[in-house]
Design a protein around this ligand. Sequence first.
Ligand code: PXP
Length: 239
Amino acid sequence: MPRLSVNVDHIATLREARRSKEPDPVTAALLAELGGAKGITVHLREDRRHIQERDLELLREVIKTKLDLEMGLSEGAVKIALRIHPELATLVPEKREEVTTEGGLDLSKPNLSRLEEVISLLHEGKILVSLFINPTPDSVKKAHKLGADFVELHTGLYAEAKNPLEVSTEIEKIAGAAILAKKLGMGVNAGHGLNYQNVEKVCLIREIEEFSIGHSIIARACLVGIREAVQEMIRLIEQ
Ligand code: PXP
């Protein structure tokens, strides 16, 4: 049975929109665990647009499942990971100007030596490493060669597929990459753009151990919670 790790970044996005204390991503993480999440994912971005270092420290202390830290390859990010010691560090490409992570890691030659360096530093710190990659055989083989413990297969193109042919092509790519990764001895996670409409098909790929899902869950949470929140305020106003 695949597990769900809930990405709580966008709770912090909302908080940072007001530079206030709420909503608190740590509280959201605990509620996600109460709801059955088997892990909590956060991305400590270089520009700190949502999750802050303090959130990470608090999450490390209070969550009872496991922490998946998505991170870029900068020296600062590695230092923080070694101090916080997440159960899993997922290496992702990071550009300041992007709205969200765009595509898997660039595994072309110029980037390999930095990746190798970061993986070995994290391994020395006894942290398991996952590489967020596009679902291609070449990327899977390169991740294996780099010594990754896990791959996280990028499901963004599947999520954006516009017709049934594109959907089945993307599913086949993800399934092929998952099978190969598993055969090479790596764990297989997947994520990006998964929602209540499209998750079912990727769940049929038995090799995938864990799904990392954020935006759709936080978006749904805002809407399913709105009635109760309004009723609470009306009770205060009308008492
Ligand atoms: N996996 C990775 C590596 C990501 O960067 C993200 C987005 O932060 C996700 C999964 C979750 O994507 P979404 O928010 O679209 O569910």
